[in-house]
Design a protein around this ligand. Sequence first.
Ligand code: HEM
Length: 390
Amino acid sequence: MGLSHRIKSFLDDRFDTATARTIIDQQAHKRLPPHTSWFHVFGSLSLLLFVSQTITGILLLVYYRPTPEDAHQSIQYITAEVHFGWLYRQIHAWGATLMILVVLLHMLRTYFHGAYKKPRELTWITGVLIFILTITFGFTGYLLPWNQIAFWATTVGTESANKVPYIGGWLRYLLRGGDAVTGETLSRFFVLHVIILPWLLTGLVVIHLLLMRLNNLTTLERVGEEKPVPPDSGIPFFPVHVAKEGVVAVLLLAVLVTLSVLAPWEIGEPADPLSTPPHIKPEWYFLPSYQLLKYFEGPYGAMIGIVACSVPFLLLFLWPFLDRGKERHPRKRPLAVAFGVLGLVAALFLGYLGHISETEQTFFGKRYHIDLLGWPHEIVEEQGDAEQAH
Ligand code: HEM
């Protein structure tokens, strides 16, 4: 008897394996709705990236030291000395960015297919929580190398907590573990990043996947008129959809390794609390909120700014209960689609303004200085300067 047979009969003698096998079989051969396409792979890609982040994160933990004295040097050690340390550090750093991007794409897919509508409101709400946890992962992980940019970006980021009405000062203190960003902050971010967030996210992802399996993927029929996909139609989950997911997974891993080799993340200079670098900017996923906050000045203005930044998240949570329309097909929901596209364009535009603010740019052959708020000011060279330049 082969080893696999022996293991099977060992388990059969002790448990009711037939029931387990039936459930696995049913799930594997489940039929997905006929419109299931390449756009439906972003959920499992998010899962793949979460698993990759967990594995590379555990590897990083072996040599990482979460203290202001050792953190920066321990990352340098991992990159320069540890076998393949440079590779798994890069895969972790790029994986974080790609995970946020892929989760966003998955969210857009489910939004445009009306998958948040009854009976999938809870799948959507667990998704919004997952999205918030994913960017919090990014925020807390960014500080861990304890370099200049991370230190000052965290100082600016946690400072904005102070603008939250009523509890701002307390919130900033809670995040920093004091009045300024110090080793206390590093400890807090470390505990959040490696213990609290991973377990919370794991729990939420398990619930999310269970809910998704219980309701199956949404068809494009009207709410209340959805029929289960019959066994002889639709797309078989295994092997057809799984094969698609496999192809995209291999491509994603190739992109991760290519980026890691060709565009490695720098470690940067160690943090220096006494010297502020010019133009501190957060990572791309915080740029829209960062830019929006700049338009609100003064104590009351700043409060309104924070509220304005929270509105999109509140809308995301409440969306299944605000959009009560029965249609799911994007062509039959022009308002919801227009709202989604408008939100996306506004976020991209604000993010772009945040990216180019306080830099010099050339548009149509002319040089501009882009100010803090994103307004362009043409740079007119004095004649003397121009002659000197020649
Ligand atoms: C780590 C992050 C996430 C993982 C691993 C994940 C995983 C999945 C998977 C595997 C599916 C089924 C296939 C697919 O639709 O792509 C799915 C469906 C779904 N997800 Fe997510 N998801 C994540 C984040 C999110 C977010 C941020 C949202 C929205 C805010 C969301 C909302 C939904 C909804 C509404 C469905 C049902 C889709 C349907 O019925 O067609 N998910 N998720």
